[in-house]
Design a protein around this ligand. Sequence first.
Ligand code: SF4
Ligand code: SF4
Length: 223
Amino acid sequence: MMSKITIDYQAEGDIFDIQRFSLNDGPGIRTIVFLKGCPLSCWWCSNPESQRRRPVVMYNAADCVRCRRCESACQRHAVTFMDDGRRHFDYQACTGNGDCAAVCPTGALVMKGRSIRVGELIEILKKDRSTFRHSGGGVTLSGGDPLMQPDFAGELLKACKAQGWNTAIETEGCAETETYLRLVPYIDTILMDIKHMDPEKHRLFTGVSNELILNNARRVSAF
Ligand code: SF4
Ligand code: SF4
């Protein structure tokens, strides 16, 4: 007899987007939840704001009027302005709490990413449940790589299954093997994007070796 699955609906994670009505990320019509954080730093990455695990602040210089309110608001002194008006930003010092964006009068600063609990996310996803039912679709976790937040992703996948929804993940394959094996029972489709089969080229283009990735692909495909 299967043991009862417990789900932590209070589990909190960081996402940077939700896209509805996707046709290319698993079976049927799907809603994609993009989780923040990526173990790779690919040359061609089109979503660099997704790479950091925490929310990030995006700056559009064209909209900045140099009022320096952001500089005053930042307790971490991550943003400073030079005497000539040029802006300096310290990525390492920034915690992503958004205090600067909150006081920016022009919208030159925009936060990418937000923290959300599993329960809140499930309520948002419920809007698409009839679409899932009629199309054979469901929810796809993407990123970044969703397994950079393994506990949050795991609770979210379990919660989706509890709703009777089809689940998929899009992953670079670079999480701990134990994480894949632990979450596989709650995933209907794994879309693993292996960037290159050659170890040296993989390291060159992404910054990491593909040894773990290829091992994970072998282990997961054996299920
Ligand atoms: S997000 Fe927070 S820590 Fe980062 S620059 Fe803005 S105020 Fe400073
Ligand atoms: S608060 Fe906004 S407009 Fe003012 S200096 Fe900072 S980024 Fe520019």
